[in-house]
Ligand binder design. Structure first.
Ligand SMILES: Cc1cc2nc3c(=O)[nH]c(=O)nc-3n(C[C@H](O)[C@H](O)[C@H](O)COP(=O)(O)OP(=O)(O)OC[C@H]3O[C@@H](n4cnc5c(N)ncnc54)[C@H](O)[C@@H]3O)c2cc1C
Length: 356
């Protein structure tokens, strides 16, 4: 909002008592002891003061107060607003009957998990999505016995497909993770089976708070941004929901500018990363269904990239230790440039040439 020229009062209300922090570290560097709790913050407190942003931390909104333009807080307080942005993120999806496991979303749960890992206790994880895989990698590297139960036939099957899924399965097994596929467990220490948008009453919701490309909800003066939204994306001509850091940051930035009176659409190709062992996986695309895949390089020998195509068009790319290729594929998709499958699979063809 400040970037968009807004000079009025900005209040950021958050239920956690901490400065906003980088959640992605919770399943990786924080567990490995590489980034301590004190270094997780997105920005130092001084920067909020410089931006003249009033922080109301450790305060939970229980009602948006849509009629009276005044949110109600759990502690009984109220805060009035002219414009409101709902940015409450996601909750971990819960599994019926497994209530005493850790559901990793916030620092408190990461601290519990780290304590377990540091004590060298065995770890049973249900779900081989990104969070399950990253925690498994951290725990096994710290010497824990790790069992992972995944309901589908490969880790990350829905997003990455069977080839990359099978490769990641072999990587985890190679590091000593006991990976059980097409399997589940009624007992778990960590459940990591995806996340769901946090629902706020009063705005239209369908698999996320519905917003247009500028972040408008169904109500005037009410915007939404980040993981909680299902937003219209002009490139895909449909609404998508993305639960990744860079998209929530970039889309949030665009929505803030719009709220300030400088309408800015989020039109970028979503992008995210995952770190497991010495592998850096990067993905560009919206997780939409694909019809065929093309591989640049050799599947099990990083660096390599898998391209996903639908109707002959490139719609996503996932690379392992191959960030240049993924970045170039992202630019191609943003520019809506076509490229032949021969060129995609030829590592000697620099994808920047297809942009010309
Ligand atoms: C363990 C973990 C690892 C991840 N790793 C990666 C990664 O490697 N790469 C990647 O791209 N993405 C990763 N992500 C996803 C990324 O962190 C999210 O996409 C991003 O945090 C979403 O930002 P957000 O601001 O929309 O929501 P959040 O970060 O969830 O922030 C929402 C905030 O709102 C607060 N809140 C909720 N309800 C209320 C209420 N009623 N009143 C007041 N405050 C409220 C919450 O406490 C929270 O602080 C990871 C997420 C997790 C949990």
């Amino acid at each position: 909002m400040r970037d968009g020229g807004f000079s009025g009062r900005v209040t950021l209300i958050g239920s956690e008592p901490l400065l906003p922090y980088e959640r992605p570290h919770l399943s990786k560097e924080f567990l490995l002891g590489k980034i301590p709790e004190q270094k997780l913050a997105l920005r130092p407190a001084a920067q909020y003061r410089e931006l003249d942003v009033n922080l109301e931390l450790g305060r939970r909104v229980v009602d948006l107060g849509l009629d009276e333009h005044r949110v109600l807080l759990e502690d009984g307080g109220t805060i009035g607003w002219d414009l409101l942005c709902i940015a409450v993120g996601s909750d971990a999806r819960r599994l019926a009957g497994i209530d005493d496991a850790i559901y990793l979303r916030e620092l408190d749960q990461a601290v519990q998990l780290k304590t377990r890992i540091d004590a060298g206790l065995p770890l049973r994880i249900v779900g081989a999505g990104f969070i399950g895989c990253e925690v498994a990698a951290a725990a096994v590297q710290k010497g824990c016995e790790v069992h992972v139960y995944e309901a589908l036939g490969q880790p990350l099957l829905r997003v990455l497909g069977p080839d990359l899924g099978a490769y990641l399965a072999s990587v985890h097994r190679g590091h000593g993770v006991d990976l059980h596929l097409n399997a589940t467990s009624a007992e778990a220490d960590l459940v990591a089976v995806g996340s769901m948008p946090r629902v706020m009453n009063g705005v239209d919701v369908d698999g996320g708070v519905l917003v247009d490309e500028l972040g408008h909800t169904s109500l005037p003066d009410v915007f939404a941004a980040g993981d909680v939204t299902r937003f219209f994306h002009p490139l895909y001509e449909t609404r998508i929901r993305v639960e990744h850091f860079q998209t929530s940051q970039r889309q949030g930035f665009a929505v803030g500018r719009t709220m300030a009176g400088a309408p800015t659409a989020y039109t970028e190709v979503p992008w995210f990363w995952s770190d497991q062992y010495d592998l850096n996986l990067q993905y560009a695309g919206a997780g939409l269904p694909w019809e065929e895949t093309v591989i640049r390089g050799v599947l099990a020998r990083p660096p390599f990239t898998v391209f996903y195509l639908a109707g002959g068009r490139l719609i996503a790319a996932a690379g392992v230790n191959d960030h240049h290729t993924v970045a170039r594929a992202r630019h191609l998709m943003e520019a809506r440039k076509g490229v032949t499958t021969q060129r995609l699979e030829d590592p000697s063809f620099d994808l920047r040439r297809a942009l010309a």
